[in-house]
Design a protein around this ligand. Structure first.
Ligand SMILES: CC(C)(COP(=O)(O)OP(=O)(O)OC[C@H]1O[C@@H](n2cnc3c(N)ncnc32)[C@H](O)[C@@H]1OP(=O)(O)O)[C@@H](O)C(=O)NCCC(=O)NCCS
Length: 153
């Protein structure tokens, strides 16, 4: 487990394409499969606010977690605090069920703690039962519901 570096961008991009396809399978009206040329991981690796941690088998990237530092909006009602958003988490299907996802979440927790952030937060598609069960197993609790009203005629 380590923070991703520019040399990892090609392998990370392959895994991200699988992650895009996974989302597209759950919500095909809103997500599609896409080719990743490296722009997304390159921008995170070059940023001071976020990181990608990668899990490796020998030199092969088998899992990733993307975390970003976030702040509350500048309005009086918010008690100001900073937190970490887990933007993406994906483990190569061949390596699932072996503790890789848990190790990635653990790396994200350490990253957030080292920045003195208050908690990890994430959005998971409501169709992704497996992902929701995984996060609950990791100790995540539901704190809000993201609701949508379709405007089809
Ligand atoms: C969710 C995901 C990251 C889990 O990775 P993983 O390496 O298989 O998880 P682990 O082996 O570390 O499992 C940790 C715990 O979660 C549980 N768990 C993992 N996947 C689960 C699932 N689909 N349903 C229920 N529990 C699950 C494991 O049983 C384990 O619990 P245990 O400690 O009691 O044995 C992986 O399945 C994945 O990449 N899924 C597709 C992408 C996705 O859903 N990402 C999250 C939403 S963005």
């Amino acid at each position: 487990m380590r923070v991703a570096a520019p040399d990892d961008i090609a392998q990370i991009s392959v895994l991200l394409e699988h992650s895009f396809a996974y989302n597209a399978a759950h919500q095909p009206s809103y997500y599609k499969e896409a080719s990743e040329k490296g722009q997304y991981p390159r921008s995170v690796i070059g940023s001071v606010n976020g990181d990608i941690y990668i899990a490796l088998d020998e030199e092969v990237v088998i899992g990733l977690i993307h975390v970003e530092e976030r702040s509350t909006p500048p309005y009086e009602t918010y008690i100001p605090h900073k937190y970490a958003e887990v933007v993406d988490l994906f483990v190569d299907p061949t390596y699932r069920g072996q503790g890789v996802g848990e190790a990635l979440v653990s790396a994200a927790k350490k990253w957030a703690a080292s920045r003195r952030l208050d908690y990890l937060e994430l959005f998971v598609l409501s169709e992704n039962d497996g992902g929701i069960r995984f996060y609950e197993r990791m100790g995540f609790e539901t704190v809000s519901h993201n609701m949508r009203l379709l405007l089809n005629d």
